[in-house]
Ligand binder design. Structure first.
Ligand SMILES: Nc1ncnc2c1ncn2[C@@H]1O[C@H](COP(=O)(O)OP(=O)(O)OP(=O)(O)O)[C@@H](O)[C@H]1O
Length: 296
């Protein structure tokens, strides 16, 4: 399997604060990957390291096998839309399309103009006077015109209303399906991500909590509900990710490696959102594996 992005024990420190620590992950080619985590988890830091805007403090990151920091040639393959879609606000969309052609070796100005026309975005109005949603679409059109092999988007839909979000994500999916571009997209909007992403990276407090193909992750996790249970081996369960109790009942979100056959438990399938929220739960609700004597 071709890997587009590989991080090995990657870390970035600002003064005494680790923004990202011990981050090891890979992103296979052709995926649309969701990068999720609470505020301050390290998502933007990971994206900035991947595009070469930051130098790792420790460990390595490789994009298409190259170390991005200082590698200006490698930039031709990477499209990046930073948080809040920074654009030159006095420029019109048409002017930005022309400027992009002068700054990039590979540039499909026709594609950008066609996208903007399809979306009804006025080409001759300064982008600073467009709506937030229109600006996000201009930024995406410019990033796609670059024909990147990897597209990094930092919270691209944060400022959009639900309809604009849906349109934005649909147009993104349509474009990358045609081109085969790999996408890594950070967002807090789990329901949106569940619709468009087939790969997941969960960061929390500067560390990777979970990574893998969405279908596999959803299939491997289950919710168990049963009589109050304060620990012990459960056959088929490799990890208890989250446990909550009432006086009589215990609810667990677990990772499995086979069927859970104990009839004491009612077993339910989970959504991607259930899985992500369980991994993001704080230490007071997360249960260590040893406490549960998890079955090997
Ligand atoms: N330039 C900087 N100087 C000092 N600390 C920074 C800097 N940039 C980020 N940090 C810190 O690094 C940590 C990770 O920040 P980062 O912006 O990567 O998080 P994030 O997951 O993108 O957050 P958000 O969802 O709020 O955008 C935070 O604790 C943040 O305060």
């Amino acid at each position: 399997m071709d890997m587009v992005l590989e991080a090995d024990r990657l870390g970035k420190r600002y003064g005494s604060t680790w923004a990202l620590r011990d981050c090891s992950l890979h992103l296979p080619a052709g995926r649309i990957a969701a990068l999720v985590g609470p505020n301050g988890a390290g998502k933007s830091t990971l994206l900035h390291l991947a595009v070469g805007l930051l130098k790792p403090t420790e460990g390595t990151v490789r994009v298409f096998g190259r170390s991005p920091y200082g590698d200006t040639d490698g930039l031709a393959d990477i499209g990046f839309v930073a948080q809040d879609t920074p654009l030159y606000r006095d420029f019109t969309a048409s002017e930005l399309v022309i400027a992009g052609g002068k700054l990039n070796k590979r540039w499909d100005a026709g594609l950008a103009r066609k996208r903007l026309a399809q979306l009804g975005i006025p080409p001759d109005k300064p982008v600073g006077k467009l709506s937030g949603g229109q600006r996000a679409q201009v930024a995406l059109a410019l990033a796609l015109a670059k024909q990147p092999r990897l597209l990094l988007l930092d919270e691209p839909v944060a400022s959009l209303d639900p309809l604009a979000r849906r349109e934005f994500l649909q147009s993104l999916m349509g474009s990358v399906a045609e081109s085969g571009t790999t996408v890594l997209l950070s967002s807090h909007l789990l329901a949106d991500l569940e619709r468009v992403c087939d790969y997941l990276i969960v960061l929390n407090a500067s560390q990777v909590q979970l990574t893998g193909a969405v279908d596999d992750l959803v299939a491997e996790h289950r919710q168990l509900v049963g009589p109050r249970h304060d620990g012990g081996v459960i056959g088929g369960v490799t990890a208890v990710i989250r446990a909550s109790h009432t006086d009589r009942q215990t609810t667990l979100l677990v990772r499995t490696d086979g069927p859970v056959t104990d009839p004491a438990w009612t077993i339910r399938e989970v959504s991607l959102e259930d899985v992500v929220l369980a991994y993001l739960a704080d230490g007071t609700t997360q249960t260590s594996h040893s406490e549960w004597g998890v079955a090997a």
